[in-house]
Design a protein. Structure first.
Lengths: 294, 268
């Protein structure tokens, strides 16, 4: 990275550290933090969308749709955490390959399940066997993101379902008295007002989502846990220009601090959003804000 | 080989007794049930001890967080924040490598680099922090009338705490605490998933379930067995905590009693 890094063995502590922390692998490590943030940036809105869809489906007056929504919420919330992450990724992977197999290779005569193996034709592999490394990485990342979105979507659906029911009945009756249709009442009264009831649950969910990102490691994505273990292990001069002892403790300390800082920032931001949402609402919080201003 | 023979051989395998080699091929259902059940001993060990010890630390932390002097309040708040604000997975990794480095400083830390002590310490601190937050919430919602009545009877200090505040706090916190206990047991499966090594293949239930899933490439048998055991464990916890809940609520009219409701939770 820096011009003076050509022979690290001769450097003193500070420049050595500067060189060490800017090696190619370390840059990958820093990118991995970006991966975590990207995962959160994709998963959070996706889970909210799944949650909204699930909650509206569960509320629907059309029975099959409402059953579908309720089943989704119940199944995902009922299955233990890690099991779902370990299972769903395999199931999704095999499901996609199976569907593609049906389309690409219609004249394949062997069974797909041979004992313990899952075999589809070469052209149906997702991604294709000869695809570039980054395609494989991106694919596994999106499978992981999708799994996160499904799981957290169910939890969000549960929160939103409760929040929609928490909107005071009088508000809806007023809307009906003004002659609003069912749809109008939902979009103009329920949805804008439900957020203040949903936010405590959603912020809790967000904290859990932040804390569950190390699971990416279990899903085979090269995330910060992977790199911390990789970089921290002791290195001998034979394999690297920067030999050092076992530094994994320090790397994990960095991760710990990263998560703590992230949680703290989230807490502060969510408190502000809560204060903003409470403004003018028919709740005790809104009432005390009004008093404070008066 | 009969199933009783398998149970004799592998029933205590996770503790290092019985047959040394794990089965390598032709896995029977009996073998899977026995080994995974044997691994469950570790989950119960971690869960029970961490929960029992964590209960006392949690009470202390909850009182600390509610205390007025900053010198007591701040450390409790920080402790709770550190353990609730970071993933348990990372805590395990960090603790393992920390104990590994401390090992070279002093032989006292030797046992902590193996799971039975090291992971137990992490789980103990972790559950103490989570429970302390629940207890703190309960402490804040103790009805003012109860405390005023205690004052009127001339109680203060330790007697008031032991006879009025503490039982009421437990009663209010118990449904949440039951939930915490259940998910502490679920969290014990992370121990051998993170840094801590399973020496001589002495692992917990998930360790053996993974072993079978890896050997047979078939996750659809061993993981459901694991789930079955954990459902049993969860039911046992709910039953046990339900008894305590009944005792804590025995002076209340039936309609005021707080019921335990299972609230599914995600990873911590």
């Amino acid at each position: 990275m820096f011009s003076f890094c050509t022979d690290p063995a001769t450097l003193s502590d500070l420049p050595w550290m500067a060189c060490y922390l800017t090696t190619g692998k370390h840059l990958n490590f820093y990118w991995a933090f970006g991966t975590v943030l990207l995962l959160l940036a994709i998963t959070a809105p996706a889970a909210l969308a799944f949650g909204f869809a699930g909650a509206t489906a569960a509320r629907s007056r059309f029975v099959p749709l409402s059953l579908l929504g309720k089943t989704y919420i119940a199944i995902v919330r009922g299955v233990p955490d890690i099991a779902f992450f370990l299972f769903f990724v395999i199931a999704l992977d095999q499901g996609i390959e199976y569907l593609k197999h049906q389309m690409v290779c219609p004249d394949w005569d062997q069974p797909i399940r041979q004992g313990n193996d899952f075999i589809v034709c070469q052209a149906a592999k997702v991604p294709l066997g000869n695809a570039a490394q980054w395609v494989h990485k991106t694919y596994s990342f999106f499978v992981a993101a999708f799994t996160f979105a499904i799981v957290f979507g169910a939890f969000a659906a549960n929160v939103l379902y409760g929040a929609m029911r928490a909107v005071p009945r009088a508000q809806l009756e007023t809307a009906e008295a003004y002659g609003m249709s069912h749809r109008q009442t939902f979009w103009r009264i329920t949805v804008p007002q439900m957020w203040v009831y949903a936010l405590p649950g959603l912020s809790n969910l967000w904290m859990v989502l932040i804390k569950s990102t190390p699971l990416l490691f279990l899903l085979g994505v090269e995330d910060i846990v992977y790199w911390a273990r990789e970089l921290g292990g002791s290195k001998t001069p034979r394999f690297t220009d920067y030999p050092h002892g076992d530094w994994r403790m320090w790397y994990f300390l960095v991760l710990l601090v990263f998560y703590l800082a992230f949680t703290r920032v989230s807490e502060v931001v969510l408190d502000r959003i809560m204060a903003r949402l409470t403004l003018g609402q028919a709740t005790t919080g809104g009432e005390s804000q009004r008093r404070a201003q008066a | 080989m009969s199933c009783t023979q398998t149970i004799m051989d592998y029933g205590l395998r996770s503790l290092g007794y019985g047959e040394r080699l794990l089965p390598r091929s032709d896995f029977t259902l009996c073998q899977q049930f026995t080994l995974i059940g044997s691994g469950l001993i570790w989950n119960v060990y971690f869960g029970v001890i961490a929960l029992a010890a964590g209960f006392f630390l949690a009470t202390a932390l909850a009182l600390g967080k509610g205390a007025r002097p900053a010198i007591i309040r701040k450390p409790s708040e920080w402790f709770i924040f550190v353990f609730r604000g970071s993933p348990l997975f990372i805590q395990f990794f960090f603790a393992y490598f920390l104990f590994l480095s401390l090992k070279s400083v002093h032989p006292v830390f030797d046992p902590f680099s193996s799971a039975w002590a090291g992971a137990l310490v992490v789980l103990f601190f972790n559950t103490a922090a989570y429970s302390a937050e629940i207890f703190h919430g309960a402490l804040k919602s103790i009805p003012r009338g109860d405390v005023e009545a205690a004052n009127a009877y001339g109680m203060s200090g330790w007697p008031r705490f032991r006879r009025i505040i503490w039982p009421t706090m437990l009663r209010l916190a118990w449904p949440g605490y039951t939930n915490e206990a259940i998910f502490l047991f679920h969290a014990t499966t992370l121990v051998f998933f993170s840094g801590f090594p399973a020496q001589q293949q002495k692992g917990d239930a998930l360790y053996y379930a993974r072993y079978f899933a890896d050997q047979t490439f078939n996750p659809f048998i061993s993981y459901p067995i694991l789930a079955f055991y954990f459902i049993l464990l969860t039911l046992a916890i709910i039953g046990l905590f339900g008894l305590v809940n009944r005792r804590l609520n025995r002076h209340l009219p039936p309609e005021q009693r707080r019921k335990i409701r299972l609230r599914p939770n995600l990873i911590r």
